[in-house]
Design a protein around this ligand. Sequence first.
Ligand code: ATP
Ligand code: MN
Length: 483
Amino acid sequence: MAFNKRVKIKTLLEQSPIGESVTIMGWVRTRRSNKNVSFIALNDGSIITNYQVVADPNQISEEILKKCATGACLKISGTVVESQGSGQTSELHANSIEVLGEADPEKYPLQPKKHSLEFLREIAHLRMRTNTFGAVFRVRHALAFAVHQYFNDKGFFYIHTPIITASDAEGAGETFKVTTLDIGNPPKTEDGSVDFKQDFFEREANLTVSGQLEGELAALALSEIYTFGPTFRAENSNTTRHLAEFWMIEPEMAFYDAEDNADLAEDFLKYLINYAIENCQEDLKFLENRLLDEEKSKPADQRSEMGLIEKLKFVAENDFVRITYTEAIDILKRSKPNQKKKFQYLIEEWGADLQSEHERYLVEKHFKKPVILTDYPKEIKSFYMRQNEDGKTVAAMDILFPGIGEIVGGSQREERMDLLVSRMEELGIPTDEMWWFLDTRRFGSTPHAGFGLGFERMVQFVTGMGNIRDVIAFPRTPGNAEF
Ligand code: ATP
Ligand code: MN
């Protein structure tokens, strides 16, 4: 007989087949015993709820029961009966228990008590066995699934762009190098610099910071595409919103202008939120209570005005605010924190780059809504963004979310060859190396646009987790690559 004839706890809770014999498998969360009977709360990760198993010492030997301690993995066969206790409709009366994997209760790092998120980060290999992380990773899965559902329904094609590239799309230079050269003793050219001609790719290569440029090539053939893959940035920013390795969703569409782009982004974000609200009810309820609990330790004025689910509904049901960078600068200049010099970076004049404190002021204090900011000064944005008539701004679009700041960055792309080339030359971006990118403008160019959504920031927003390290299974940040 096959080993796995188990019923998932999620199914058992949904169906409660009273009187039937079933087998469940999972990990012990808690066990309570008295003289007559033991209660085991079993969790198999299929759902946040534990399933209650009642084990009678007349049926299950004391030796086995001793091993059913927190953390142990069990296979339990028994009869589904109506629950005597509260809450659940059914429970399992055990006929047999097989201990699949013991866990020494003295040494098991996860105790039934509450652990801090910081502590759990140090045991990331086990933290998925907690309610919080089980909920986060089920929601993360649902959102990833919804991404594909959304684009597939709209006729977009999923493109796998390369992870190793020779281009640095942002021109930021914050890349991880990919090489097979002996870094202690690399081959040198005559002028003493490293001879990358002798490297694996016969040139310098790095991990991708974005799939956009390749995405553009695909959009100018398949019309509407998206990427969803890992991206890497060697930026040394130890914030609650930056990872060195994160996942990005990048749709790229031919025949879209800036407004089409913003419309798609808003619709997409709302779809993801609604998908989670509809499909992750139990987990979101749990995460909402977790957040409430966490906020109790904060001063009253820093607590959120809405509960998690109410906030999600609010964002999904209301129009995002759309303003230009220039309008935002006016608001920020006149704002209290700017007047009272409370911002770390004061907004003095047009052209200033917006910091996260400014983005969050606009979203959380001024508008109290997600904001789509458009038409930034070209100096603070990338070379590929479409230049506006004014000669000063580009058709950029950032979407700012409460509690997160920038969640989406995008733009209409510069489709005009002459303007693109002159901008690249101004910025010192080698046009010869980018010949393949420029070919799309050379041959059959067309207006097109796209954006990048940081997947972990979206998961943060939906789950209410304050630190981005807690929404990816094994976070990579400066100094951290354990597990
Ligand atoms: P930020 O200013 O917050 O560093 P960015 O301007 O570098 O963001 P983009 O290059 O436009 O961001 O990337 C698109 C999206 O990818 C961002 O809107 C954000 O959601 C996400 N993102 C960017 N950098 C990171 C990172 N280091 N970790 C996680 N997500 C990120
Ligand atoms: Mn960045």
